[in-house]
Design a protein around this ligand. Sequence first.
Ligand SMILES: Cc1cc2nc3c(=O)[nH]c(=O)nc-3n(C[C@H](O)[C@H](O)[C@H](O)COP(=O)(O)OP(=O)(O)OC[C@H]3O[C@@H](n4cnc5c(N)ncnc54)[C@H](O)[C@@H]3O)c2cc1C
Length: 406
Amino acid sequence: MDFGWTPAQRAVHDRMRALGAEADAAAPDERMRVLARGGALGLPIARDLGGEGLDLVTTALAYEGLGATLRDGGVLLAAGAHLFGVALLLARVGTPAQQRAWLPRMASGDCMATVAATEAGAGSDVASVQARADRTAAGYRLTGEKRYVTWADRADVYFAIARDGGEGRPGGAPARGLTALLVPRAGADAADAPRARAVADGPDAPRARAVADGPDAPRVRPGAPLATAGLRGARLAPVSFCGCEVGPDALLGRAGAGLAVFQIAMTYERALILAFRLGAMERALGEAVRFAREREIGGQSIARHEAVAHRVAQMKLRLETSRLLIYRAAWELDQGHRGQAEAALAKWHAADSAVLFALDDLRLRGGAGYLEESGLPSAVDDALGGSIHSGTSDVLATVVARWLGL
Ligand SMILES: Cc1cc2nc3c(=O)[nH]c(=O)nc-3n(C[C@H](O)[C@H](O)[C@H](O)COP(=O)(O)OP(=O)(O)OC[C@H]3O[C@@H](n4cnc5c(N)ncnc54)[C@H](O)[C@@H]3O)c2cc1C
Protein backbone atom coordinates (compact mmCIF):
# COMPACT_ATOMS: atom_id res chain seq x y z
CA MET A 1 0.00 0.00 0.00
CA ASP A 2 1.40 3.37 -1.02
CA PHE A 3 -0.05 6.62 0.32
CA GLY A 4 2.42 8.79 -1.58
CA TRP A 5 1.76 10.90 -4.66
CA THR A 6 3.89 10.78 -7.79
CA PRO A 7 5.36 14.02 -9.20
CA ALA A 8 2.87 13.75 -12.09
CA GLN A 9 -0.07 13.53 -9.67
CA ARG A 10 1.23 16.49 -7.68
CA ALA A 11 1.55 18.47 -10.90
CA VAL A 12 -2.11 17.80 -11.77
CA HIS A 13 -3.16 18.80 -8.26
CA ASP A 14 -1.16 22.03 -8.44
CA ARG A 15 -2.51 22.83 -11.89
CA MET A 16 -6.08 22.36 -10.65
CA ARG A 17 -5.38 24.48 -7.55
CA ALA A 18 -4.26 27.29 -9.83
CA LEU A 19 -7.29 26.76 -12.09
CA GLY A 20 -9.61 26.84 -9.07
CA ALA A 21 -8.09 30.17 -8.00
CA GLU A 22 -8.67 31.54 -11.50
CA ALA A 23 -12.29 30.37 -11.45
CA ASP A 24 -12.77 31.81 -7.95
CA ALA A 25 -11.69 35.22 -9.20
CA ALA A 26 -14.03 35.04 -12.21
CA ALA A 27 -17.64 36.21 -12.26
CA PRO A 28 -20.03 33.43 -11.07
CA ASP A 29 -21.44 32.94 -14.58
CA GLU A 30 -17.95 32.51 -16.02
CA ARG A 31 -16.66 29.90 -13.59
CA MET A 32 -17.74 26.79 -15.45
CA ARG A 33 -16.16 28.13 -18.64
CA VAL A 34 -12.89 28.70 -16.78
CA LEU A 35 -12.99 25.12 -15.47
CA ALA A 36 -13.72 23.82 -18.97
CA ARG A 37 -10.90 25.83 -20.57
CA GLY A 38 -8.47 24.50 -17.96
CA GLY A 39 -9.40 20.89 -18.75
CA ALA A 40 -11.21 20.10 -15.48
CA LEU A 41 -14.22 18.58 -17.27
CA GLY A 42 -12.26 15.92 -19.12
CA LEU A 43 -9.59 14.71 -16.71
CA PRO A 44 -10.56 10.99 -16.57
CA ILE A 45 -11.86 10.80 -20.15
CA ALA A 46 -9.66 8.79 -22.54
CA ARG A 47 -7.10 10.81 -24.50
CA ASP A 48 -8.46 9.71 -27.87
CA LEU A 49 -11.86 11.06 -26.77
CA GLY A 50 -10.55 14.49 -25.82
CA GLY A 51 -9.64 13.97 -22.16
CA GLU A 52 -6.42 13.43 -20.24
CA GLY A 53 -6.91 9.74 -19.49
CA LEU A 54 -6.27 10.13 -15.75
CA ASP A 55 -7.17 7.39 -13.30
CA LEU A 56 -9.90 8.16 -10.78
CA VAL A 57 -7.57 8.46 -7.78
CA THR A 58 -5.69 11.22 -9.61
CA THR A 59 -8.99 12.77 -10.70
CA ALA A 60 -10.07 12.89 -7.05
CA LEU A 61 -6.78 14.58 -6.18
CA ALA A 62 -7.38 17.10 -8.97
CA TYR A 63 -10.87 17.93 -7.63
CA GLU A 64 -9.41 18.24 -4.14
CA GLY A 65 -7.08 20.85 -5.65
CA LEU A 66 -9.98 22.71 -7.27
CA GLY A 67 -11.93 22.73 -3.99
CA ALA A 68 -8.95 24.18 -2.13
CA THR A 69 -9.16 27.42 -4.09
CA LEU A 70 -12.61 27.65 -5.70
CA ARG A 71 -15.12 28.49 -2.98
CA ASP A 72 -18.17 28.07 -5.20
CA GLY A 73 -19.23 24.55 -4.18
CA GLY A 74 -22.32 24.76 -6.40
CA VAL A 75 -20.27 25.06 -9.59
CA LEU A 76 -18.03 22.20 -8.46
CA LEU A 77 -21.13 20.10 -7.76
CA ALA A 78 -22.40 20.83 -11.27
CA ALA A 79 -18.99 19.99 -12.76
CA GLY A 80 -19.07 16.72 -10.81
CA ALA A 81 -22.60 15.82 -11.95
CA HIS A 82 -21.47 16.42 -15.55
CA LEU A 83 -18.20 14.50 -15.31
CA PHE A 84 -18.84 11.78 -12.73
CA GLY A 85 -22.61 11.34 -13.11
CA VAL A 86 -22.79 11.35 -16.90
CA ALA A 87 -19.43 11.39 -18.74
CA LEU A 88 -17.91 8.52 -16.73
CA LEU A 89 -21.14 6.58 -17.13
CA LEU A 90 -20.93 7.02 -20.90
CA ALA A 91 -17.30 5.93 -20.82
CA ARG A 92 -18.40 2.77 -19.02
CA VAL A 93 -21.70 1.75 -20.64
CA GLY A 94 -21.91 3.87 -23.80
CA THR A 95 -21.44 2.28 -27.23
CA PRO A 96 -18.32 3.35 -29.16
CA ALA A 97 -20.57 5.51 -31.35
CA GLN A 98 -22.18 7.20 -28.31
CA GLN A 99 -18.76 7.79 -26.78
CA ARG A 100 -17.43 9.36 -29.99
CA ALA A 101 -20.55 11.48 -30.35
CA TRP A 102 -20.59 12.86 -26.81
CA LEU A 103 -17.38 12.50 -24.86
CA PRO A 104 -15.07 14.87 -26.78
CA ARG A 105 -17.64 17.66 -26.44
CA MET A 106 -18.28 16.84 -22.79
CA ALA A 107 -14.54 16.76 -22.05
CA SER A 108 -14.13 20.24 -23.53
CA GLY A 109 -17.26 21.59 -21.84
CA ASP A 110 -18.84 22.45 -25.21
CA CYS A 111 -21.63 20.13 -24.20
CA MET A 112 -22.73 20.18 -20.56
CA ALA A 113 -24.51 17.15 -19.13
CA THR A 114 -26.53 16.53 -16.01
CA VAL A 115 -28.57 13.85 -14.26
CA ALA A 116 -32.36 14.20 -14.41
CA ALA A 117 -33.70 11.44 -12.17
CA THR A 118 -35.56 12.98 -9.20
CA GLU A 119 -39.34 13.52 -9.42
CA ALA A 120 -41.96 14.67 -6.93
CA GLY A 121 -42.68 11.06 -5.99
CA ALA A 122 -39.26 9.56 -6.64
CA GLY A 123 -36.11 10.88 -5.01
CA SER A 124 -34.57 8.33 -2.69
CA ASP A 125 -36.73 5.71 -4.37
CA VAL A 126 -35.74 6.33 -7.96
CA ALA A 127 -37.39 3.05 -9.02
CA SER A 128 -40.75 4.82 -8.60
CA VAL A 129 -40.20 7.37 -11.36
CA GLN A 130 -43.30 8.15 -13.39
CA ALA A 131 -41.70 9.84 -16.40
CA ARG A 132 -42.53 7.79 -19.49
CA ALA A 133 -40.19 6.67 -22.25
CA ASP A 134 -42.73 5.47 -24.82
CA ARG A 135 -41.39 3.45 -27.70
CA THR A 136 -41.97 4.95 -31.15
CA ALA A 137 -41.09 3.77 -34.62
CA ALA A 138 -38.07 6.08 -34.48
CA GLY A 139 -36.90 5.48 -30.89
CA TYR A 140 -38.47 6.91 -27.72
CA ARG A 141 -40.74 9.75 -26.71
CA LEU A 142 -39.92 11.08 -23.22
CA THR A 143 -42.61 12.75 -21.12
CA GLY A 144 -42.30 13.69 -17.46
CA GLU A 145 -41.40 16.21 -14.79
CA LYS A 146 -38.01 16.07 -13.10
CA ARG A 147 -36.96 18.29 -10.23
CA TYR A 148 -33.91 19.47 -8.31
CA VAL A 149 -31.79 19.00 -11.41
CA THR A 150 -28.30 20.49 -11.11
CA TRP A 151 -27.35 22.92 -13.91
CA ALA A 152 -30.82 22.33 -15.32
CA ASP A 153 -31.13 25.49 -17.37
CA ARG A 154 -27.61 25.34 -18.78
CA ALA A 155 -27.30 21.67 -19.61
CA ASP A 156 -27.15 20.57 -23.23
CA VAL A 157 -27.94 16.94 -22.51
CA TYR A 158 -29.84 15.15 -19.72
CA PHE A 159 -29.29 11.63 -18.44
CA ALA A 160 -32.92 10.75 -17.69
CA ILE A 161 -34.56 7.70 -16.15
CA ALA A 162 -38.08 6.83 -17.24
CA ARG A 163 -40.61 4.04 -17.25
CA ASP A 164 -40.70 2.23 -20.61
CA GLY A 165 -43.85 0.18 -20.12
CA GLY A 166 -41.90 -3.08 -20.16
CA GLU A 167 -42.66 -5.72 -17.58
CA GLY A 168 -39.09 -6.77 -16.76
CA ARG A 169 -38.75 -9.81 -14.52
CA PRO A 170 -42.08 -11.46 -13.64
CA GLY A 171 -42.99 -10.51 -10.08
CA GLY A 172 -39.90 -8.31 -9.94
CA ALA A 173 -39.44 -5.10 -8.01
CA PRO A 174 -40.84 -1.79 -9.33
CA ALA A 175 -37.42 -1.39 -10.91
CA ARG A 176 -38.76 -3.31 -13.88
CA GLY A 177 -39.30 -1.42 -17.07
CA LEU A 178 -36.99 1.51 -16.37
CA THR A 179 -34.90 2.83 -19.21
CA ALA A 180 -31.99 5.29 -19.21
CA LEU A 181 -31.86 7.84 -22.01
CA LEU A 182 -29.46 10.56 -22.99
CA VAL A 183 -31.72 13.39 -24.08
CA PRO A 184 -30.21 16.34 -25.91
CA ARG A 185 -31.85 19.69 -25.36
CA ALA A 186 -31.56 20.60 -29.02
CA GLY A 187 -32.92 18.15 -31.53
CA ALA A 188 -35.58 16.71 -29.21
CA ASP A 189 -37.86 19.51 -30.38
CA ALA A 190 -40.50 19.82 -33.03
CA ALA A 191 -38.92 21.00 -36.27
CA ASP A 192 -39.68 24.67 -35.79
CA ALA A 193 -39.03 24.88 -32.07
CA PRO A 194 -35.87 26.98 -32.51
CA ARG A 195 -38.16 29.67 -33.91
CA ALA A 196 -40.43 29.25 -30.88
CA ARG A 197 -37.45 29.63 -28.56
CA ALA A 198 -36.29 32.73 -30.39
CA VAL A 199 -39.73 34.26 -29.95
CA ALA A 200 -39.95 33.14 -26.32
CA ASP A 201 -36.63 34.85 -25.61
CA GLY A 202 -37.62 38.04 -27.43
CA PRO A 203 -39.35 41.20 -26.32
CA ASP A 204 -42.78 40.18 -27.58
CA ALA A 205 -43.95 38.62 -24.29
CA PRO A 206 -47.65 37.86 -24.94
CA ARG A 207 -46.88 36.22 -28.26
CA ALA A 208 -43.93 34.44 -26.65
CA ARG A 209 -46.28 32.94 -24.05
CA ALA A 210 -48.69 31.77 -26.71
CA VAL A 211 -45.88 30.10 -28.67
CA ALA A 212 -44.38 28.60 -25.52
CA ASP A 213 -47.68 26.85 -24.80
CA GLY A 214 -48.29 25.82 -28.39
CA PRO A 215 -47.23 22.84 -30.45
CA ASP A 216 -44.01 24.56 -31.55
CA ALA A 217 -42.78 24.96 -27.97
CA PRO A 218 -39.40 23.53 -27.02
CA ARG A 219 -39.83 20.00 -25.72
CA VAL A 220 -37.16 20.21 -23.03
CA ARG A 221 -38.20 22.98 -20.66
CA PRO A 222 -35.98 23.75 -17.69
CA GLY A 223 -37.46 26.02 -15.04
CA ALA A 224 -35.76 28.94 -13.33
CA PRO A 225 -33.10 28.10 -10.71
CA LEU A 226 -34.58 27.59 -7.23
CA ALA A 227 -33.66 29.65 -4.18
CA THR A 228 -31.72 26.93 -2.35
CA ALA A 229 -30.15 27.38 1.11
CA GLY A 230 -26.64 26.83 -0.26
CA LEU A 231 -24.83 25.63 -3.38
CA ARG A 232 -26.60 28.35 -5.41
CA GLY A 233 -24.03 27.97 -8.15
CA ALA A 234 -25.45 24.51 -8.90
CA ARG A 235 -28.61 26.17 -10.33
CA LEU A 236 -31.07 23.49 -9.14
CA ALA A 237 -34.27 23.64 -11.16
CA PRO A 238 -37.10 21.48 -12.49
CA VAL A 239 -37.03 20.18 -16.05
CA SER A 240 -40.12 19.23 -18.05
CA PHE A 241 -39.75 16.75 -20.88
CA CYS A 242 -42.76 17.35 -23.07
CA GLY A 243 -42.84 14.50 -25.58
CA CYS A 244 -39.14 14.70 -26.51
CA GLU A 245 -38.40 12.55 -29.52
CA VAL A 246 -35.08 10.73 -29.38
CA GLY A 247 -33.61 8.05 -31.59
CA PRO A 248 -32.50 4.55 -30.53
CA ASP A 249 -28.97 5.96 -30.13
CA ALA A 250 -30.23 7.80 -26.99
CA LEU A 251 -30.56 4.51 -25.12
CA LEU A 252 -27.91 4.01 -22.43
CA GLY A 253 -27.27 0.36 -21.67
CA ARG A 254 -30.05 -2.12 -22.37
CA ALA A 255 -33.74 -1.20 -22.60
CA GLY A 256 -35.32 -2.06 -19.26
CA ALA A 257 -31.98 -1.95 -17.41
CA GLY A 258 -32.31 1.71 -16.45
CA LEU A 259 -32.03 1.13 -12.72
CA ALA A 260 -28.76 -0.76 -13.08
CA VAL A 261 -27.41 1.99 -15.34
CA PHE A 262 -28.48 4.62 -12.80
CA GLN A 263 -26.70 2.73 -10.03
CA ILE A 264 -23.47 2.70 -12.04
CA ALA A 265 -23.77 6.46 -12.52
CA MET A 266 -24.44 6.96 -8.80
CA THR A 267 -21.44 4.80 -7.89
CA TYR A 268 -19.09 7.09 -9.84
CA GLU A 269 -20.84 10.17 -8.54
CA ARG A 270 -20.83 9.06 -4.89
CA ALA A 271 -17.18 8.07 -5.04
CA LEU A 272 -15.96 11.38 -6.46
CA ILE A 273 -18.49 14.18 -6.07
CA LEU A 274 -17.23 15.29 -2.66
CA ALA A 275 -13.52 15.14 -3.51
CA PHE A 276 -13.58 18.91 -3.94
CA ARG A 277 -14.88 19.19 -0.37
CA LEU A 278 -11.56 17.75 0.90
CA GLY A 279 -9.72 20.76 -0.48
CA ALA A 280 -12.29 23.13 1.02
CA MET A 281 -11.95 21.42 4.41
CA GLU A 282 -8.15 21.53 4.24
CA ARG A 283 -8.25 25.28 3.58
CA ALA A 284 -10.79 25.87 6.36
CA LEU A 285 -8.79 23.77 8.81
CA GLY A 286 -5.69 25.91 8.27
CA GLU A 287 -7.74 29.04 8.99
CA ALA A 288 -9.33 27.42 12.06
CA VAL A 289 -5.93 26.48 13.51
CA ARG A 290 -4.70 30.03 12.95
CA PHE A 291 -7.80 31.50 14.56
CA ALA A 292 -7.63 29.19 17.60
CA ARG A 293 -3.98 30.14 18.16
CA GLU A 294 -4.38 33.87 17.63
CA ARG A 295 -7.69 34.58 19.39
CA GLU A 296 -6.84 35.59 22.95
CA ILE A 297 -9.22 35.92 25.86
CA GLY A 298 -8.00 36.98 29.31
CA GLY A 299 -4.43 37.08 28.03
CA GLN A 300 -4.33 33.52 26.72
CA SER A 301 -5.04 31.82 23.44
CA ILE A 302 -8.37 30.00 23.26
CA ALA A 303 -6.42 26.99 21.99
CA ARG A 304 -5.29 26.48 25.59
CA HIS A 305 -8.84 25.31 26.34
CA GLU A 306 -9.04 21.62 25.72
CA ALA A 307 -12.61 21.96 24.39
CA VAL A 308 -11.39 24.34 21.69
CA ALA A 309 -8.27 22.34 20.77
CA HIS A 310 -10.27 19.12 20.61
CA ARG A 311 -12.87 20.74 18.38
CA VAL A 312 -10.15 21.63 15.88
CA ALA A 313 -8.60 18.15 16.26
CA GLN A 314 -12.02 16.65 15.42
CA MET A 315 -12.10 18.77 12.26
CA LYS A 316 -8.78 17.22 11.25
CA LEU A 317 -10.12 13.72 11.97
CA ARG A 318 -13.23 14.38 9.85
CA LEU A 319 -11.09 15.59 6.96
CA GLU A 320 -8.64 12.70 7.05
CA THR A 321 -11.25 9.94 7.39
CA SER A 322 -13.24 11.44 4.51
CA ARG A 323 -10.07 11.61 2.44
CA LEU A 324 -9.20 7.97 3.06
CA LEU A 325 -12.68 6.75 2.12
CA ILE A 326 -12.91 8.86 -1.04
CA TYR A 327 -9.51 7.75 -2.35
CA ARG A 328 -10.31 4.16 -1.42
CA ALA A 329 -13.57 4.30 -3.38
CA ALA A 330 -11.79 5.85 -6.37
CA TRP A 331 -9.12 3.13 -6.17
CA GLU A 332 -11.76 0.38 -6.15
CA LEU A 333 -13.23 1.79 -9.36
CA ASP A 334 -9.77 2.12 -10.91
CA GLN A 335 -9.25 -1.59 -10.25
CA GLY A 336 -12.42 -2.37 -12.19
CA HIS A 337 -14.27 -3.45 -9.05
CA ARG A 338 -17.96 -2.71 -8.62
CA GLY A 339 -17.24 -0.25 -5.81
CA GLN A 340 -20.88 0.38 -4.93
CA ALA A 341 -20.51 -0.06 -1.16
CA GLU A 342 -17.17 1.76 -0.98
CA ALA A 343 -18.66 4.69 -2.89
CA ALA A 344 -21.67 4.76 -0.54
CA LEU A 345 -19.37 4.69 2.52
CA ALA A 346 -17.25 7.50 1.09
CA LYS A 347 -20.16 9.78 0.20
CA TRP A 348 -22.06 9.08 3.43
CA HIS A 349 -19.08 9.71 5.68
CA ALA A 350 -17.67 12.68 3.75
CA ALA A 351 -21.08 14.39 3.55
CA ASP A 352 -21.92 14.00 7.22
CA SER A 353 -18.36 14.87 8.25
CA ALA A 354 -18.50 18.03 6.16
CA VAL A 355 -21.67 19.15 7.98
CA LEU A 356 -20.13 18.55 11.43
CA PHE A 357 -16.88 20.15 10.28
CA ALA A 358 -18.70 23.28 9.10
CA LEU A 359 -20.64 23.53 12.37
CA ASP A 360 -17.43 23.20 14.39
CA ASP A 361 -15.77 25.82 12.22
CA LEU A 362 -18.64 28.24 12.88
CA ARG A 363 -18.84 27.55 16.64
CA LEU A 364 -15.09 28.01 16.99
CA ARG A 365 -15.43 31.71 16.09
CA GLY A 366 -18.19 32.54 18.59
CA GLY A 367 -20.36 35.48 17.46
CA ALA A 368 -18.04 36.31 14.57
CA GLY A 369 -18.81 32.94 13.02
CA TYR A 370 -22.52 33.70 13.01
CA LEU A 371 -22.08 36.79 10.86
CA GLU A 372 -22.95 36.24 7.23
CA GLU A 373 -19.75 38.02 6.20
CA SER A 374 -17.67 35.25 7.83
CA GLY A 375 -18.94 32.88 5.13
CA LEU A 376 -19.36 30.19 7.80
CA PRO A 377 -23.19 30.04 7.89
CA SER A 378 -23.23 29.57 4.11
CA ALA A 379 -20.53 26.89 4.45
CA VAL A 380 -22.96 25.00 6.73
CA ASP A 381 -25.72 25.40 4.12
CA ASP A 382 -23.42 24.15 1.36
CA ALA A 383 -22.36 21.14 3.41
CA LEU A 384 -25.98 20.24 4.18
CA GLY A 385 -26.71 20.01 0.45
CA GLY A 386 -23.98 17.39 0.19
CA SER A 387 -25.86 15.11 2.57
CA ILE A 388 -28.92 15.10 0.25
CA HIS A 389 -27.77 14.91 -3.39
CA SER A 390 -26.52 11.66 -4.98
CA GLY A 391 -28.36 9.66 -2.28
CA THR A 392 -29.20 10.97 1.18
CA SER A 393 -27.08 9.76 4.08
CA ASP A 394 -30.02 7.58 5.19
CA VAL A 395 -30.16 5.90 1.81
CA LEU A 396 -26.41 5.37 1.73
CA ALA A 397 -26.52 3.81 5.20
CA THR A 398 -29.08 1.38 3.78
CA VAL A 399 -26.77 0.54 0.85
CA VAL A 400 -24.00 -0.27 3.33
CA ALA A 401 -26.35 -2.28 5.57
CA ARG A 402 -27.49 -4.37 2.58
CA TRP A 403 -23.85 -4.94 1.63
CA LEU A 404 -23.34 -6.33 5.13
CA GLY A 405 -26.22 -8.71 4.52
CA LEU A 406 -28.66 -6.87 6.80
C1 LIG B 1 -27.85 20.16 -3.85
C2 LIG B 1 -28.69 19.12 -4.52
C3 LIG B 1 -28.40 18.72 -5.82
C4 LIG B 1 -29.20 17.78 -6.47
N1 LIG B 1 -28.94 17.46 -7.78
C5 LIG B 1 -29.74 16.57 -8.42
C6 LIG B 1 -29.53 16.29 -9.82
O1 LIG B 1 -28.61 16.82 -10.46
N2 LIG B 1 -30.36 15.40 -10.43
C7 LIG B 1 -31.38 14.79 -9.76
O2 LIG B 1 -32.09 13.99 -10.37
N3 LIG B 1 -31.63 15.06 -8.45
C8 LIG B 1 -30.83 15.94 -7.77
N4 LIG B 1 -31.08 16.25 -6.44
C9 LIG B 1 -32.20 15.61 -5.77
C10 LIG B 1 -31.74 14.58 -4.77
O3 LIG B 1 -31.13 13.48 -5.41
C11 LIG B 1 -32.96 14.17 -3.93
O4 LIG B 1 -33.41 15.32 -3.24
C12 LIG B 1 -32.63 13.07 -2.96
O5 LIG B 1 -32.37 11.86 -3.64
C13 LIG B 1 -33.77 12.85 -1.94
O6 LIG B 1 -34.98 12.71 -2.59
P1 LIG B 1 -36.26 13.56 -2.11
O7 LIG B 1 -35.85 14.98 -2.07
O8 LIG B 1 -37.38 13.17 -2.94
O9 LIG B 1 -36.48 13.11 -0.60
P2 LIG B 1 -37.25 11.79 -0.14
O10 LIG B 1 -36.78 10.64 -0.95
O11 LIG B 1 -38.70 12.06 -0.06
O12 LIG B 1 -36.69 11.60 1.34
C14 LIG B 1 -37.25 12.28 2.47
C15 LIG B 1 -36.55 11.73 3.72
O13 LIG B 1 -36.81 10.33 3.86
C16 LIG B 1 -35.58 9.62 3.94
N5 LIG B 1 -35.73 8.36 3.21
C17 LIG B 1 -36.39 8.16 2.05
N6 LIG B 1 -36.28 6.88 1.65
C18 LIG B 1 -35.52 6.26 2.59
C19 LIG B 1 -35.05 4.93 2.75
N7 LIG B 1 -35.31 3.98 1.85
N8 LIG B 1 -34.29 4.66 3.82
C20 LIG B 1 -34.01 5.61 4.73
N9 LIG B 1 -34.44 6.88 4.64
C21 LIG B 1 -35.17 7.21 3.57
C22 LIG B 1 -34.55 10.52 3.26
O14 LIG B 1 -33.24 10.23 3.72
C23 LIG B 1 -35.04 11.89 3.67
O15 LIG B 1 -34.55 12.19 4.96
C24 LIG B 1 -30.30 17.20 -5.79
C25 LIG B 1 -30.59 17.59 -4.46
C26 LIG B 1 -29.80 18.54 -3.84
C27 LIG B 1 -30.15 18.96 -2.43
